[in-house]
Structure formats: structure tokens, C-alpha cells
Design a protein around this ligand. Structure first.
Ligand code: G6P
Length: 611
């Protein structure tokens, strides 16, 4: 949800900012803007992508060794040039970029209006810029004090960078609820919503915590809280490789990330599966293992694809560890006054570790005394810092807005957790424990095998790219995969798609089926196989087009379905790690063939830091 980037030092800021914005474009891409400071302050902004901003800046004065840039995902005010950031205060003293939402902006705006302020945009950010300026002029305080005091009046979430015209040798950064990282170089500092724009310049970073504020010149950094308590900056080393955030020869990040899944799952295993494949260890759970083993209930929270991974987790924990599980959308959980017991274990799943609703749900669970664990991908993000323990997925940066490798890494972690718990609670035999570990380690090669059927994915996509609706069906462990398949298709190709438990089809969706309706059915060899074959027959009897995901060697469905896509033999509990792969590939090719922007689908953002 909006990406922010900044630079202060001796180099030209413009190329650093543009490159940084391109890396952050996954966070929002409806408009972009930049401010450059070189004695004077210039802002350039436009509707559209970072490439549109670059075109817009052509021939303009882009000098300056201090600057800030923003790529927007609109919350307040439609995407247009005026609502794009940076926002300049009414009298031109301050320039602000912002990620987040100022919830009390309406009230602040009315008050500023009565004091003579008028507004060009519909944004909450311009209100903040004017509030800072009002305090600066009225209180005759320094720019950083004005920023700090303004932030004490603000309700909501922010990651901001602020520059002041008359104190033009510094930038002020602050955060509450929206991420902000500062890169520490020699005689220079970098600012960004995540570390990806920073890594090629420095591996020393400071992660701002909520309510932190930094006042930065090219040679100094002072850290304090918004309440003016001095803080000692904690410099951490980044462990991120630049190759991981580039496309590496693939047409799209999404495709690269789908193909990376064998590697990313191996990275998830690293250090966790013993060398002899006889045991699993998750270091981040050591201090909560007793609580987990004794848990009467697990509540899993997440949003989007992470919620789907959570649903797979429900099947895994209940099947292998016999612990009752509830899976909740974080946005529902946080507002519905849920019953939370002290001996509940809450597991928050999030790729970014920054999703606003998930963070708020964690807070609520903690307030109620539950043990809260995180399963996150982005190291150092907010969720791992807020939780009592947890597991990093180590899938590497995921740039494509449609989540793929993060999902399989999340499901891998959940599987490892369930297997460990099953063994400790003696709900699975030692033999089953060892078999599941062995089978898990074979998953990466099996994913690569599925991906070798590329031509088949393209062929089916060609045939059905123009369909207006798709139905996805699965039973048991495959029901969440059906939901995930439908989500993948709708988010990147804009085709209406629904995921359903196959047996529920009779209670509604069957009415939609006709000769134009492709129905993707996950029908692998497991205990519901016979039942799902019957469901497929029901679809065929109504002339639906069946694309069946089957286990290698299935001859029955080859005769019934219009298309079969094979996955290698695998135990039922691990099958979601494989069956999701053909669904990712179908969505990818259908979206490409429809001319959609696969990595940056309309209206979406990778990291949703507003509720
Ligand atoms: C957005 C992304 C999804 C993601 C969801 C939850 O909607 O586009 O891909 O699943 O947020 O994000 P999280 O970072 O918490 O997993």
C-alpha cells in the first residue's frame, strides 16, 4: 500500500529514487511522484506508473542530492496527478510523502480550514503537510519539532518522509503502523518501505519501530520517539541478495516465483530437516513448544492467500495433531469481539509481515493473553517483531502481486509444525512421522516435474482464456486449494471465479454450469477420490468443461474429463503443495493471453497496510 523512498547524501538522488520506486511498485502503482532538493525544492508527480513519472521528468531539472519518491495505492481521493504524492503544504514550507491512513483527517482538515488553510487534493496526506506547517509557523519551532508535534495529533497509520524548505539539509522520517527502513551508508542515508531499494548501496539498516522518528542529515541521524524520548539506533545487517529481487530472464516476476518454488521450499527446509531426514526442528518455536503441545485450540489468522494457507493448516493440525483449529479472516476477527482464551495459540500468517488487519488481530489476541506466533516471509517486518515466537518461511522476496511461492512456503511451514506436534502429542506413529518427513523432502523435485508440463498449461489457457466464469472444486485438503486457484485467476485475469467444496456444488453453483463453464476439479488419489469422480460426472452431465488435476497414472478421469493435468503420487496431507502449482500456471497463462498486467493487477497491492 504505497511505497516510499528517500535519499540524503552526495550522489544524485533522482536515479536512486526512480530505481527504488520501481522496486517498490508492487506496493501500489496508480500514481507516482518525486521531490528533489538542491537549495530549491521541486516536485514532479503524475497519474500512472513509475515509467510515466520518468517520462514526465524528461527535460526537467532533476538535480539534487536530497529527495523523496512515492508510488501510490489510492485510499483517499482517486488516482490522479493532484492526489499523487509528494504533497506540498499551502505556503510551500513542507513536502510530505506518506504510506498509511490518517483516520482523523476530516476533523483536522476542518480545523485547518477555519485557520485559513485550503486544500488542493482530496488526500489525508495534504492535511498532515498543512498541519505540520501550521504548527511550524504558529509555534515558531524547528521543522522536526513541528513534525513531531503534528504526529502527536494524528490518529491512524503512517510511514512518512518530510522535507522543509528553509531547513533543507535534513529529512524527517517517522513510522506508526506502516513500515520504514533506513539504510546507513558513508555520508549518506537511504529510506524505503522495505529494504529492496537499499540493498545495492548498503547492508546496514535501521528498522524504525512504531512511534519512532528520525531526523537525518547526510552525516547524522538522531532517533527519538514521537513523545521525544531519545533512542539509540540499532543497526542491523541485511541478508538479502540483489539477484533475488530481479526478474532473472523471466517475462514476469509471477512466473519466476512459480518456477522458484522448488528452491524456495528447500530454503524453507534448510536447517529444519535433519541431515538424516529423521527429525524436524523449528528454532523459532522452541520457547513456545510446551504451549503448542498443550494447546486446547489453535486460531489461525490471515488475509488473502495467507488465509488460504491457514485453511490448509486447519486440515493439517486437526488430522495430524488432533488439535481443534479455527481459521479467521484477520479483518473479521479483530472487530467481532471473539472469544479468546489464555491457553489459545494464535498463529498469524503473512507474507509481508505488515498487513494492517493481521497486525491488529495479533494485538487483540495478545491483549487477551493468548500466545501469538507468526509465519512470515519478510525478515524484520512488523509481525515477527510483535509475536511471541514463529517461523520465517524464507521464500525470498515475492514481488508479483499474486502470491505463489509464499503460499507454498507457508503451507510447508504449517506442515512441518503439524508433523512436529503430531509426533510430540503422539497422534501420529513414529513410522508416519518419518514417512511425512521423507515425503516432504521429495516435494521440490515433484514441483519441478509438474512445471515441465508447461505446454499443456499454455494449451488449456489458449482454449479457455475467453471464458467469463470459472468454477474451482476440491474436497478435504483440496478445498482451500480450490479457493486459492479461484483467487489466483480472478486477481490477475479479471475473470470471475469461485472456489467451492465439491459437494456443495449441488447447493447452488451447479445452476451456473453449461457448455461455456470451465470447472477445475482437484481429483487426486485420496480418501474422497470416488466422491469427487461422482462430482465430475455431475458437471459433465450438464455439459461443463472439466479440467481435472489428477494423480499420475489416473486412467478413469482421462476418459471423463476434457483435460487432465497430472501431479506425482503424494500423501494426501502434502498434496496441496503440488496441486496448487497447475492452478498457478493456468492463471498465469490465461492472464498473459488476455493481455493483463500479471505482476501489477489493477486495484491490487502486494502489501495491504491499511485496513
Ligand atoms: C494482498 C496481496 C495478497 C496477500 C494478502 C495478504 O491482498 O495481494 O497476495 O495474500 O495481501 O498479505 P500478507 O502479506 O499478509 O500475506
Amino acid at each position: 500500500m504505497c511505497g516510499i523512498v528517500g535519499y540524503i547524501g552526495q550522489k544524485d538522488a533522482y536515479p536512486i529514487l526512480i530505481k527504488g520506486l520501481q522496486r517498490l511498485e508492487y506496493r501500489g502503482y496508480d500514481s507516482a511522484g518525486i521531490a528533489l532538493i538542491n537549495g530549491d525544492t521541486r516536485t514532479y508527480k503524475t497519474k500512472g506508473k513509475v515509467s510515466d513519472l520518468e517520462n514526465y521528468c524528461e527535460g526537467k531539472n532533476i538535480s539534487g542530492s536530497i529527495g523523496m519518491g512515492h508510488t501510490r495505492w489510492a485510499t483517499h481521493g482517486e488516482p490522479n496527478d493532484v492526489n499523487a504524492h509528494p504533497h506540498v503544504s499551502m505556503n510551500g514550507h513542507f513536502v510530505v510523502i506518506h504510506n498509511g491512513i490518517i483516520e482523523n483527517y476530516g476533523r483536522l482538515k476542518s480545523r485547518l480550514k477555519t485557520r485559513g488553510y485550503n486544500f488542493k487534493s482530496e488526500t489525508d496526506t495534504e492535511v498532515l503537510a498543512n498541519l505540520i506547517e501550521y504548527i511550524y509557523l504558529k509555534g515558531k519551532v524547528s521543522a522536526d519539532v513541528a513534525v513531531r508535534l503534528a504526529l502527536t495529533k494524528v490518529v491512524g497509520a503512517f510511514g512518512i518522509l518530510v522535507a522543509c524548505k528553509s531547513e533543507n539539509n535534513k529529512l524527517v522520517a517517522a513510522r506508526k503502523g506502516s513500515p520504514l527502513v533506513i539504510g546507513v551508508g558513508r555520508g549518506e542515508y537511504f529510506f524505503a518501505s522495505d529494504a529492496s531499494p537499499i540493498i545495492e548501496y548498503t547492508d546496514s539498516v535501521i528498522y524504525l519501530n512504531d512511534n519512532d522518528m528520525a531526523v537525518v542529515t547526510k552525516d547524522s541521524l538522531q532517533l527519538m520517539t514521537i513523545n521525544n524520548d531519545k533512542l539509540e539506533p540499532k543497526i542491523q545487517k541485511l541478508n538479502l541478495d540483489i539477484g533475488e529481487i530481479e526478474k532473472g530472464g523471466y517475462d514476469h516476476f509471477m512466473l519466476k516465483e512459480i518456477f522458484e518454488q522448488a528452491r524456495s521450499i528447500n530454503d524453507t527446509f534448510r536447517g529444519r530437516v535433519s541431515f538424516d531426514k529423521q527429525s524436524l526442528h523449528l528454532g523459532g518455536l522452541y520457547n513456545v513448544t510446551d504451549k503448542l503441545v498443550a494447546a486446547k485450540r489453535i486460531i489461525i489468522i490471515g488475509c488473502g492467500t495467507s488465509w488460504h494457507a491457514g485453511l490448509v493448516g486447519e486440515y493439517l493440525f486437526e488430522e495430524l495433531a488432533r488439535i481443534p483449529v479455527e481459521v479467521e479472516y484477520a479483518s473479521e476477527f479483530r472487530y467481532r469481539n471473539p472469544v479468546i482464551y489464555k491457553d489459545d495459540v494464535v498463529i498469524a500468517i503473512s507474507q509481508s509481515g505488515e498487513t494492517a488487519d493481521t497486525l491488529a488481530a495479533i494485538k487483540l489476541a495478545k491483549e487477551n493473553g493468548a500466545t501469538v506466533l507468526g509465519i512470515c516471509n519478510v525478515v524484520g517486518s512488523s509481525i515477527p517483531r510483535e509475536t511471541d515466537g514463529g517461523v520465517y518461511t524464507h521464500a525470498g522476496p515475492e514481488i508479483g502481486v499474486a502470491s505463489t511461492k509464499a503460499f507454498t512456503a507457508q503451507v510447508t511451514v504449517l506442515t512441518m509444525m503439524a508433523v512436529i506436534l503430531g509426533e510430540k502429542r503422539k497422534t501420529i506413529s513414529q513410522e508416519k512421522y518419518l514417512k511425512l518427513i521423507e515425503d516432504l523432502t521429495l516435494i521440490p523435485d515433484k514441483i519441478d516435474k509438474i512445471l515441465s508440463y508447461n505446454e499443456m498449461f499454455k494449451h488449456i489457457s489458449e482454449k479457455h482464456k475467453d471464458s467469463e466464469n470459472f468454477l474451482y472444486l476440491g474436497r478435504g485438503f483440496q478445498f482451500p486449494v480450490a479457493l486459492e486457484g479461484a483467487l489466483k485467476l480472478k486477481e490477475i485475469s479479471y475473470i470471475h471465479a469461485e472456489g467451492y467444496p465439491a459437494a456443495e456444488m449441488k447447493h447452488g453453483p451447479i445452476a451456473l454450469i453449461d457448455e461455456n463453464m470451465p470447472v477445475v476439479v482437484i481429483a487426486t488419489h485420496d480418501k474422497s477420490y470416488e466422491k469427487i469422480v461422482s462430482n465430475i460426472q455431475e458437471v459433465k452431465a450438464r455439459k461443463g468443461i472439466v479440467i481435472a488435476i489428477v494423480t499420475e497414472g489416473d486412467t478413469v478421469l482421462k476418459d471423463i474429463a476434457d483435460y487432465t493435468l497430472e501431479i506425482p503420487e503424494v500423501s494426501e496431507e502434502l498434496a496441496p503443495l503440488l496441486t496448487v502449482v497447475p492452478l498457478q500456471m493456468l492463471s498465469y497463462y490465461i492472464a498473459v493471453l488476455r493481455g493483463c498486467n500479471v505482476d501489477q493487477p489493477r486495484n491490487l497491492a502486494k502489501s495491504v497496510t491499511v485496513e
